[in-house]
Design a binder for this molecule. Sequence first.
Ligand code: ATP
Length: 241
Amino acid sequence: MGIAVQVEQVGKSYGKKTVLQDVSLQMRQGQIYGLIGPSGAGKTTLVKMLVGMERADTGAVNVLGQAKPNLKLLQDIGYMAQSDALYTELTGEENLKFFASLFKLGKEARKERIQYAAGLVNLAGELGKRVSAYSGGMKRRLSLAVALIQNPRLLILDEPTVGIDPQLRVSIWNELLRLKREEGKTIVVTTHVMDEAARCDYLALVRDGRILASGTPQELLAQYKVDNLEGVFLAAGGSGR
Ligand SMILES: Nc1ncnc2c1ncn2[C@@H]1O[C@H](COP(=O)(O)OP(=O)(O)OP(=O)(O)O)[C@@H](O)[C@H]1O
């Protein structure tokens, strides 16, 4: 399988603060890749680089064969940010229609995608409500639906299940696993939830802007001689949440 994302010796600072340092990683197509690490470790900065929202000061980032992620890639990348970027004065459905209209989708395909995405996050019955009347969890779910709307090859999800109840979290994860297995999607996810980390094919443990360790969940358990990923996180100096 091909390489979807290649990050080589990337560094990034904001003013005097170094946020990423010598970060290298490779993500294969058709895998779920988890970034875990304490708050402020640099995970969001790293995923923003993959989307093309931040530029590396040093090193190289290649996403889906493009040396510099740019707007042309947006058809192929679905991004769910940590804070919701929704039009709160519009209804859920109007939001989905608007975001769908940004992509090359035929009329029928657009309808289908809206139905699929809204159904996946269990919002089909709430689409007529204004987003300003949504709860925090509903907004997260709508943001996830937006990230999926154009059927992208690469999904980049920054803490996608924060504020989402356990039952829906399970069904979202089942769908992510299906998208990987049946449609060969590549999925990058940042998470603080260790049972989500356990579902990833590959994990990178980020701390203080560096990749402290990476490997399959089993490899990390063996490396840190612990029997659960919480143990890996704590052994690596994470604070957990
Ligand atoms: N635009 C910015 N300007 C200045 N500093 C920033 C900016 N964006 C992020 N930072 C700093 O960079 C560091 C890494 O932040 P980042 O959001 O990447 O961490 P994170 O691992 O995603 O954390 P969390 O798990 O809390 O989301 C933090 O110290 C943050 O304050």
